[in-house]
Design a protein around this ligand. Structure first.
Ligand code: 4G0
Length: 239
């Protein structure tokens, strides 16, 4: 997969994308990632990329010319062009899977108070938000999306990790997990997990996950139906 990022803050990307799984994916040639400096596409003396909104109001907007030039330079016919904005549809695991199926992405990081509307209307295929809060610019949202998408690319995760992903993404939140020692500072690991009764352990885990989801994330159960009682029953039948 090829991902281009258009940003006013290329320096922010050094570090997070040179570590861990994303680094491995890049080294293995599974992910080709390039950070592009938006200001390189401004041609006036001052390399202007922003301007004040017509009609007045606070803040600055990204001007259309540099962004159009950059996209025309960087995007191929099969490129999915995404704006990062708090006004976008809310990024989640389902959208991560959708993006991971694309051949090429171009992520456009906004800054200031947003984009000239013509960028939205005539350049973007999609607008995404990583959550209901405002950041100084779209670089962190872009990195979040790159990370979530990269781990879904074939060959990036090991088989075990991929299987784990399957059972939880869009379903229930995780059940309590423990590793050694069996007793730590007087706190014991639940007996059932040490019992060796695999069917009973699976049942316990599912109950825990279901309870936790009801308590902490009822939205996962009611909104999407992803973890609806019938789905959970079906999973239970699998055990
Ligand atoms: C466009 C994304 C971009 C508009 C970007 C701000 C948070 C997110 C930006 C604005 C961002 C997110 C209207 C303030 C840049 N902040 N939640 N900042 N406005 O994904």
């Amino acid at each position: 997969m090829k991902i281009d990022v258009l940003t006013l803050f290329p320096g922010m990307f050094a570090g997070p994308l040179d570590e861990s799984m994303v680094k491995r994916a890049r080294d293995a040639g599974i992910l080709e990632l390039r950070i592009r400096y938006l200001r390189d596409y401004a041609h006036d003396r001052h390399k202007t990329v922003d301007d004040r909104p017509f009609g007045g109001g606070p803040g600055m907007l990204l001007k259309p010319e540099p962004v159009f030039e950059a996209v025309e330079d960087l995007a191929a016919a099969d490129t999915h062009v995404v704006l990062l904005t708090p006004a976008g549809r809310k990024f989640d695991q389902k959208i991560a899977r959708e993006l991971a199926g694309r051949e090429r992405l171009l992520l456009i990081c906004g800054s200031y108070e947003g984009f000239d509307e013509r960028i939205r209307e005539h350049l973007a295929d999609d607008e995404l938000s990583i959550g209901d809060y405002v950041l100084t610019n779209g670089a962190l949202p872009a990195m979040v999306i790159i990370d979530a998408v990269t781990r879904l690319l074939p060959g990036v995760l090991g088989d075990d990790e991929s299987a784990l992903d399957e059972s939880f993404s869009g379903g229930l939140i995780e059940y309590p997990q423990y590793t050694r020692p069996a007793e730590f500072r007087g706190w014991k690991v639940p007996e059932i997990l040490l019992s060796g009764h695999h069917a009973e352990i699976a049942k316990w885990r599912l109950e825990q996950a279901w309870q936790r989801t009801q308590q902490r994330r009822p939205d996962l159960i009611s909104e999407t139906g992803a973890a609806s009682p019938s789905v959970v029953r079906a999973k239970k039948d699998d055990l």
